[in-house]
Design a protein around this ligand. Structure first.
Ligand code: SDX
Length: 440
């Protein structure tokens, strides 16, 4: 675990005045090293008979973590203390994965060992290939990902024991190493093309692009501009504190489920359009808007409470300022579109105009709604040749580094408890059972 200044402890007092009684409570305040301190309410029900109430967890810290810090008001994202802008500019994805997992940037020697370990695990059990044949060819690749990643626990029995650090380590390497292979196989399967085996002399993103787009009938030429842009996209998606899918992985892990099952649960949660599925939804929205003169119509719909339409790729639970990842992606889009030609340029210009108009609109200003990581990523991925259905798969591929790091951090906690939230019950009290022939 990374060394960091020891988080301290204080006390806070709360006066409760509800219509039944007045209560003065002393509650411990646990100090954070960055961001808000927390009120420790673990004894609240035992000592005062109350639950806290926070659907959506807007003000709830579910755990201690030293991996990622977000300051939503300032639009700051740090991984183990390094800003996302610095990492996107100076690191590559495997170095960021190492940082997330082990807490420090690797030395040359540590990086060489890590690369070797990842390379050892890029292939999947040949038997797994038959698993793909059970899917329809038109299956959504995310459906395949959820199924195949969960099925890894049926193949890798020597890395299921979560109490064994060595097995946890091998499972972590396998997941990071195999996600590109599994993702590319999901794409090839839906295209009816043969699977392409990984080549370990290639970089992580370059290997994935080759498994995605090479065919046996032709020689494949890597494009360093695309490999570098994709590697940067992976960095930007690697981890993001306790978001919905990471919280899903932690909750599944708290029951001591095996790591492959936990990551499959995270993939399922990420799939939703309110979360990782938004990148796919942004592209569909931009294509539906079609031209700049229709942007106003869609902004009006987004403002309209009677219309369920939301501006996809906008807004964020934590960021109430620019999502720093969106800024980096907007710059990357310029580079990729220059390299790939201007076919996606109109869509990019539409997105830029939509961002400009939304950021000048009082509805978005009042609610501090800014473009998030999903707003520009889809345009870049489509320009690279990825079909829209693969966008969230790439998000899951990159986020596996974060999920695995957060899972390891949780499993390494000295005290682990199963996650088991309570509720505010609003249903019937006890009532008599009425036999069916007596019911009205
Ligand atoms: C990701 O958590 C993470 O870190 C996630 C993520 C990660 O890296 O893991 O960053 C990845 O999931 C990014 C978000 C991708 N999702 C989208 O782009 C979908 C569109 N955005 C939203 O649906 C929404 O903004 C959320 C889900 C992202 C956040 O929802 P919240 O925090 O629950 O906010 P809310 O729904 O309470 O909205 C607050 C207000 C509401 O208006 P009022 O009721 O106050 O009048 O803002 C409005 C909302 O109606 N609003 C939007 C809007 N997002 C919020 N109105 C129009 N368009 C939008 N996109």
């Amino acid at each position: 675990m990374a060394k960091h200044e020891q988080a301290g402890q204080g006390t806070g007092s709360i006066t409760l005045n509800d219509n039944s009684r007045q209560l003065q409570l002393e509650l411990p305040v646990l100090k954070a090293t960055q961001g808000p301190d927390v009120i420790d309410v673990r004894g609240l029900y035992r000592d005062a008979g109350y639950f806290t109430y926070d659907p959506g967890f807007t003000s709830t810290a579910s755990c201690d973590s030293a991996i990622t810090f977000i300051d939503g008001e300032k639009g700051i994202l740090l991984h183990r203390g390094y800003s996302i802008e610095t990492l996107a500019e100076n690191s590559d994805f495997l170095e960021v994965a190492y940082l997330l997992l082990f807490g420090e940037l690797p030395t040359e020697q540590q990086r060489a060992v890590f690369d070797e370990e990842i390379a050892t695990h890029t292939m999947v059990d040949e038997q797994l290939i038959r698993f793909y044949n059970g899917f329809r060819r038109d299956a959504h690749p995310m459906a395949i990902m959820v199924g195949v990643v969960g099925a890894l626990s049926a193949f890798y029995h020597d890395s299921l024991d979560i109490h064994d650090p060595d097995q946890r380590h091998i499972a972590s390497m396998r997941l990071i190493a195999k996600m590109p292979t599994i993702a590319a196989m999901a794409y090839k399967y839906t295209r009816g093309q043969p699977f392409v085996y990984p080549r370990n002399e290639l970089g992580y993103a370059e290997n994935f692009l080759r498994m995605m787009f090479s065919v046996p009938a032709e020689d494949y030429r890597s494009n360093p501009v695309l490999s570098q842009a994709l590697d940067r996209i992976f960095i930007l998606h690697a981890d993001h504190e306790q978001n919905a899918s990471t919280s899903t992985v932690r909750l599944a892990g708290s029951s001591q489920a095996n790591p492959f099952a936990c990551i499959a649960a995270g993939i399922a949660s990420l799939w939703g359009p309110a979360h990782g599925g938004a990148n796919e939804a942004v592209l569909k929205m931009l294509m539906e808007i079609g031209s700049k003169d229709r942007i106003g119509e869609y902004i009006a719909r987004a403002r309209d409470k009677n219309d369920p339409f939301r501006l996809m790729g906008f807004g964020h639970r934590v960021y109430k300022n620019h999502d720093p990842r969106a800024r980096v992606l907007r710059e990357s889009a310029h580079a990729v579109l220059r390299e790939m030609g201007s076919e996606e340029q109109p869509l990019f210009e539409l997105a830029l105009e939509l961002e400009r108009m939304a950021l000048e609109d009082d509805y978005f200003i009042e609610r501090k709604l800014f473009p998030n990581v999903d707003f520009y990523s889809g345009i870049i991925l489509r320009a690279m040749g990825f079909p829209v259905s693969m966008f969230t798969v790439l998000f899951a591929l990159a986020r596996t580094a974060g999920w695995v790091s957060q899972w390891n951090e949780m499993i390494s906690e000295p005290v682990q408890r199963i996650g088991r939230p309570r509720q505010r019950y609003i249903g019937y009290g006890p009532r008599e059972f009425i036999p069916r022939d007596k019911r009205g």
